[in-house]
Write a protein that binds this ligand. Structure first.
Ligand code: ATP
Length: 502
């Protein structure tokens, strides 16, 4: 749906002169946003640009220090007027706000159960929930526990809940981060049909191709400030990246043809099977970079997790430089020269209470002092080397890791993987939730270490992550069904990921 020209429409949302500080940090400085009714409007910016802070202001979570917010030409509800805010706007966050132990119906009607003379009518509640879900075409059983829903259904339920409060402005905060390609397409189809029924979206994503696919307008924030608002169709990708980074863009998108790597085989996998994948065989040579692509249920992640010691497959073998890969034992896998970036940096990657230095060197603690006693000086030295090498923006090795932005946290996870001086580096969704500049820095590591003979396996749902690969193997229903040599085009790769021949 094309946006109505600015001059003719009253903005559905307008924020002007918005400033917000946290101590000495300026999170927003004279920022602004204008969203027109019926559009899908992208909000993009590097980690720390101020997007989440603006969302908190737009949803009434906290007031700005200065500035105003208007909905449909009227001033925003007063601070603390929860019902007033809920009728205007809702945000679907990456982390669910749904209570997993309650049913879908209870989640939809929490704190507003249909009651007759104070008695909650459970039957009526289920019926009304079913009606609500069917109004918005959400095919979910209202009586199941919400915790059993997959990420996509959970998002659809949260959207339906927001609409049931009367809000017609929905903020989606990195909604595709945990979805596979087919699910992303379903989300976009749903967004388009809701747009047709008058819903307006603010769409926050670090995946710029999605902005081009589903949004009509884009606003760029940089360093707490509004930089630009443009129709998506008028803004080439290079100009968008430039607006986000303030530098001329180097998109690194060329996936040129490469000579096949002919060095010795370093990793040999033969007939590996698990519940999630079946009879998988593959080789990775010294200095070779191999990508594994496929939908989230394709088995690619489970295979990668077996190689790094997080799982024990049911059958088959894998050897690294001729020695068996120690399945089911992360510590032994590291000693064998296997470093990895796990799929979930919060759950599996970082220890929140520890410093940047402790996190970055955790994998080599035994090398930093005798008898497992870590020398603080050697820890600091090792950490400083990592901080410099990966250009981690931090106050220093002692800073708690939770104080860093997403992109910098991911660099700490990468530093930890590199500290073991791996012969095989396995990267699982290495750039999830990180901004475009940090992505470049993380992927540049791959090119650097392959020169030294390290083999790399990259598992990712993002095509950009797969561009450094010499070849990409596609998993479909637990088997390798296609191989694409460097020089592949996006369309062919996506077609084999989806299981359709192009
Ligand atoms: N509660 C807080 N206390 C202190 N500083 C904060 C707080 N919330 C945000 N900041 C700081 O404000 C700045 C803007 O952060 P914000 O989270 O809004 O950025 P963002 O664009 O959403 O980043 P990301 O893409 O990583 O989510 C950052 O420097 C951040 O560290």
């Amino acid at each position: 749906m094309a946006p109505v020209p600015l001059a003719e429409a009253v903005p559905l949302v307008e924020a002007t002169g918005v400033s917000k500080r946290f101590g000495s940090t300026v999170a927003l400085a004279d920022a602004r946003l204008t969203v027109l009714p019926g559009e899908s409007h992208a909000l993009v910016g590097r980690n720390g640009a101020g997007k989440s802070t603006l969302v908190n202001v737009l949803t009434g979570i906290f007031p700005p220090d200065t500035g105003e917010v208007w909905f449909d030409g009227e001033p925003a509800p007063k601070a603390g007027d929860r019902d007033g805010w809920r009728a205007k706007v809702a945000c679907v966050y990456q982390k669910s706000t749904i209570i997993p132990e309650l049913t879908v119906a209870e989640n939809l009607f929490i704190n507003r159960q249909p009651a007759t003379r104070g008695v909650i009518g459970w039957k009526r509640m289920r019926r009304e929930a079913a009606e609500l879900l069917s109004t918005w075409d959400v095919q979910v059983d209202p009586s199941v526990a919400a915790g059993e829903l997959n990420v996509q259904d959970r998002q659809f339920v949260e959207i339906a809940r927001a609409l049931s409060f009367g809000a017609r402005f929905i903020i989606l905060d990195e909604p595709t981060a945990q979805l596979d390609n087919a699910e992303i397409e379903r989300l976009f189809t749903r967004m388009r049909s809701l747009q047709d029924s008058g819903v307006t979206f603010l769409f926050i994503s670090h995946h710029l191709q999605e902005v081009y696919e589903v949004c009509q307008t884009v606003t760029v924030f940089r360093d707490a400030r509004w930089i630009a608002t443009e129709p998506v169709a008028d803004l080439p990708r290079g100009a968008l990246v430039e607006a986000m980074t303030g530098e001329a863009a180097d998109l690194g998108r060329t996936t040129g043809h490469r000579e096949p790597v002919t060095a010795d085989v370093r990793l040999a996998v033969t007939g590996l099977s698990d519940g999630a994948y079946e009879d998988v065989s593959l080789d990775v040579r010294r200095g070779e970079v191999v990508g594994l692509a496929g939908s989230s249920a394709s088995g690619k992640i489970e295979l990668a997790e077996a190689l790094v010691g997080l799982r024990r497959p049911g059958g088959g073998t894998a050897t690294l430089d001729g020695r068996p890969v120690p399945f089911g034992d992360v510590r032994k896998a590291m000693s064998a020269g296997i470093g990895f970036v796990p799929r979930d940096r919060h759950g599996q990657g970082l220890v929140a209470g520890l410093s940047v230095g402790e996190n970055a060197t955790m994998t080599i603690a035994d090398r930093l002092g005798p008898f497992g006693i870590i020398s603080p000086r050697r820890l600091r030295e090792a950490a400083r080397t990592s901080i410099k090498g990966l250009d981690i923006k931090t106050q220093g090795p002692e800073q708690p890791v939770n104080g860093l932005s997403g992109g910098n946290q991911q660099k700490v996870v990468m530093a930890r993987a590199l500290a073991v001086e791996p012969r095989l580096l396995v990267l699982i969704n290495p750039t999830a939730g990180v901004d475009v500049k940090s992505k470049e820095a993380l992927l540049a590591v791959v090119d650097e270490i392959r020169q030294g003979g390290t083999s790399v396996i990259i598992i990712s749902d993002e095509l950009d992550d797969l561009r450094p690969c010499d070849r990409v193997l596609v998993f479909f229903h637990g088997r390798i069904t296609a191989e694409h040599a460097a020089g592949w085009n996006d369309h062919d790769l996506v077609a084999s990921i989806e299981g359709v021949s192009s």
